[in-house]
Design a protein. Structure first.
Length: 101
């Protein structure tokens, strides 16, 4: 039996360097209005301190905590996050921004 067959099929959930370990993914949510360098620094700190493989960002669509406050449109904030994390380095994929309700 080959090594790859012994490890089972790749499902995208396994760690790329350690097939015996599931990928460790952190989720970073917020309104990001505006997103700034401190957000990126927090994501990198989470990668290091929690030994994560990647951090996925979730942009809050219309957070109830900020009702009555004028905010940039969620799609615009998601684009700002995408631009901020583009080239963000290890563990921060540029496509990791998602808009949540």
């Amino acid at each position: 039996m080959s090594d790859s067959a012994a490890e089972g099929p790749s499902n995208g959930l396994n760690h790329p360097d350690r097939p015996d370990r599931a990928r460790q993914v952190g989720w970073f949510g917020g309104s990001f209005d505006p997103v700034h360098r401190a957000h990126l620094a927090l994501a990198h700190a989470a990668l290091d301190q929690l030994a994560l493989d990647e951090v996925r960002w979730i942009v809050a669509g219309r957070p109830w905590q900020k009702s009555g406050r004028q905010m940039a449109d969620a799609a615009d904030r998601a684009e700002m996050v995408r631009l901020t994390i583009a080239g963000g380095g290890r563990g921060i994929p540029a496509s990791s921004s998602t808009i949540a309700r």
